[in-house]
Design a protein around this ligand. Structure first.
Ligand code: UDX
Ligand code: ADP
Length: 460
């Protein structure tokens, strides 16, 4: 049985960083090295000041503090880490393709392929290669082919070990996972990875399957979760017409143990790096096998999500007398959910884009997102020039600056601190009538209305 002494992880991002930090914390006998091409990112992971870690996750700083320098290392020396490791995790980004066949739908596997070629070129001993990034089904076949055809005759075993952590709760999800899924063909390789997790995960929560079930399960888990959000968001629109309250409906249906209460919170739309990408992937795979009904079914989850984002923006425009031109709209929140600095696919980006088309002036406050990131997100859409984005959008460091003289406040992320604000005092600072558009149904509507706000929340 292969005894794992050294692990390398390629990719020091939102998945690789926290996952490997927790592995290192629980396996002091294994040396874990996380490598990345991005020098700035590695420098940030090595920063003495733990506030500067490149990924913000509650509790992550303590885990890094415990393991870093002991058996957890961050480095740009990819070759050395690969060469020394018994087991290599691939945790690089797999964005949706922006060119060629499958553009806008299929995953771009160029980073994965580059990793495989590098592993093959460098390896002089047998390796277990673990897919950690979310990948289309059957990627392992491509990986295997590259490794075996370009390698130096050493043995490569490929495992699929998809990550189910959610951002904002990554550390607790990793410490105490509902399940760990390991797919593979070789029993010894599978057991070697089972043994790593068995250092802190109970045996009955470590599940082993064939490679393809494991790869597909990751996509399906995310598709089901996203589908629940789109389903309740569809109902939120109906609630707004019928005087039903979406939170009451969620609560009522969620008490049915067959339905369950989680992931039924109506919102301005789901974001994050996974949901949309994974569903697009599922749709693409289904279409490529000619399964049109299956593809159309899952595609509807995305169509509903896009509708929810644009309908929220339209609601703002319509309520503010059909014009937001030159009006100051304060955005509270830019991240795709609370407790993360990640903005990938955040609903806020698309809501802002709609309002900017109408020449609104947007002032953004998010406790964790930087000005630079906000402009990057807007420029990436290429809807208007970077100059226009900078003319119309301001990013501030305090909520007070955002709120002063605003015609409206839009809540885009459910940060806890927004609930604790003195809304009575905020009312005084705003223009009248004072509109609040609550895209997270975060505040108490009765209280907000009694304070004199024109308050609108998703789903009521
Ligand atoms: C998701 C999966 O949960 C995780 O298992 C997988 O590994 C990666 O993708 P993540 O994207 O980090 O995790 O966050 P998640 O908590 O799933 O939220 C995704 C989006 O859905 C967020 O924008 C969130 O605000 C939204 N959401 C979630 C809702 O609008 N309502 C809900 O009830 C739940
Ligand atoms: P995720 O959310 O999947 O972790 P991120 O974009 O946060 O995605 O992180 C992926 C990381 O992988 C990035 O820091 C990127 O620089 C790194 N990366 C991509 N390709 C390679 C490669 N060939 N070698 C090393 N690192 C890579």
């Amino acid at each position: 049985m292969k005894n794992i002494k050294k692990i390398a992880c390629i990719g020091a991002g939102y998945v690789g960083g926290p996952t490997m930090a927790v592995v290192a914390q629980h396996c002091p006998h294994i040396q874990v090295t996380i490598v990345d091409l991005n020098e700035a990112r590695i420098a940030a992971w090595n920063d003495e000041n733990l506030d500067n870690l490149p990924v913000y996750e509650p509790g992550l700083d303590a885990v890094v503090a415990e393991a870093r320098g002991r058996n957890l290392f961050f480095s740009t020396d990819i070759t050395k880490a690969i060469d020394e490791a018994d087991m290599i995790f691939i945790s690089v980004n797999t964005p949706t393709k922006t060119y060629g066949k499958g553009k806008g739908q299929a995953a771009d596997l160029k980073y994965i392929e580059l990793c495989a070629r590098q592993i093959a070129a460098v390896s002089t001993t047998d390796k277990i290669v673990v897919e950690k990034s979310t990948l289309p089904v059957r990627t392992a076949a491509a990986l295997k082919s590259i490794l075996n055809n370009t390698g130096n005759g050493v043995k490569f075993d490929i495992l699929s070990n998809p990550e189910f952590l959610a951002e904002g709760t990554a550390v607790t999800d990793l410490q105490n996972p509902d399940r760990v899924l390991i797919g593979g063909e070789d029993a010894e390789a599978i057991q070697a990875l089972v043994n790593v997790y068995a250092n802190w995960v109970p045996a009955d929560r470590i599940l082993t399957t064939n490679l393809w079930s494991s790869e597909l399960s990751k996509l399906v888990a995310n598709a089901f979760l996203a589908q629940r959000v789109s389903s309740i968001n569809a109902i939120s629109e109906l609630c707004e017409k019928t005087e039903a309250n979406v939170d009451e409906v969620s609560h009522a249906i969620g008490m049915d143990s067959r339905i369950g209460s989680k992931f039924l919170k109506a919102s301005v739309g789901f974001g994050g790096s996974c949901f949309q990408k994974d569903i697009l992937n599922l749709v693409y795979i289904a279409r490529s096998y000619g399964l049109t009904a299956v593809a159309d079914y899952w595609e509807q989850v995305i169509i509903m999500n896009d509708h929810q984002k644009s309908r929220f923006a339209q609601k703002i425009i319509h309520t503010m007398y059909n014009t937001v031109n030159g009006k100051k709209i304060a955005f509270l929140g830019w991240a795709f959910k609370k407790d993360t600095n990640d903005t990938r696919e955040s609903a806020a980006i698309y809501v802002a884009d709609h309002l900017l088309d109408e020449e609104a002036e947007i002032v953004i406050y998010d406790p964790k997102v930087t000005e630079d990131q906000v402009y990057k997100d807007l420029d990436y859409l290429a809807t208007r020039s970077p100059e226009a984005n900078r003319r119309l959008v301001t990013v501030v460091n305090t909520p007070t600056e955002a709120i002063l003289d605003a015609h409206a406040i839009a809540i885009l992320t459910e940060w806890d601190e927004f609930k604790a604000y003195d809304w009575q005092a905020i009312k005084v600072q705003m223009k009248k009538p004072s509109f609040v558009f609550d895209g997270r149904k975060l505040l108490n509507s009765k209280e907000m209305r009694s304070l004199g706000f024109d308050y609108y929340a998703i789903g009521e």
